[in-house]
Ligand binder design. Structure first.
Ligand SMILES: [Zn+2]
Length: 209
């Protein structure tokens, strides 16, 4: 089992390589690696990220086959199947780091923000299920300052939405709470910048880590 902070260091190193355009993941994509993984997996981190085509977790963290257990859903929201997926990986594979990965210009957050500012609110029932999960954190960002600059609001809304998902994973599952309390599970929030390629870990990282 890889301790959470070691896994975090691995992801940070990988993202630095990605930003520098010096990927190391090629050996981790080889036929040998594939064959070695048939017997089992021990992913170093669980990543709950957005489905946005520009934010593939393995690429932005420069990881290979078997390295990350990835859950992707528009707006990196947490619904029961996401909690269950995290529980599955943490319980079955012993993975001790969970990263909620939001990103700049997130479409799900933008749609929610626009709706709350009086824009279009026509969504199918299923898209509505996503927007409704994003809405509370965006409402909190908007409250008291509806005239703030849209780009500032958008940045704050992306982070608030990540924090809400982190909070849900920390407190919405008895199994995960137990693993956090007794077994070193760490849930952190991060934001990927489409502009720079850099991932900033801004929530839940212990002081000095
Ligand atoms: Zn997104």
């Amino acid at each position: 089992m890889i301790p959470a902070l070691d896994a975090l260091a691995r992801l940070r190193d990988g993202n630095r390589r990605f930003v520098a355009n010096q990927p190391m993941a090629a050996p981790a994509l080889s036929a040998d690696r594939r064959a070695a993984l048939v017997a089992g997996q021990e992913p170093c981190a669980i990543v709950l990220g957005c489905s946005d085509s520009r934010v593939p977790a393995e690429l932005v963290f420069d990881q290979g086959l078997g390295d990350l257990f990835v859950i992707r859903v528009a707006g990196n929201i947490v619904a029961p199947s996401q909690v269950g997926s995290v529980e599955f990986a943490a319980g079955r594979f012993g993975t001790r780091l969970v990263v909620v990965l939001g990103h700049s210009q997130c479409g799900a957050v933008t749609a929610t923000l626009e709706e709350l500012l009086g824009g279009p609110s026509e969504h199918s029932r299923d898209v509505r299920a996503i927007v409704d999960r994003v809405r509370p954190s965006v409402e909190t960002v908007l409250s008291g300052r509806p005239t703030a600059d849209l780009a500032v609001l958008m940045g704050d809304a992306v982070r608030a939405n990540v924090r809400a998902s982190v909070d849900h994973l920390r407190h919405g599952s008895a199994l995960l709470e137990e693993l956090i309390r007794k077994d070193g599970l760490l849930v952190v929030g991060a934001e990927y910048s489409l502009e720079t390629g850099a991932v900033t870990f801004f929530d839940g990282v212990p002081e000095g880590a």
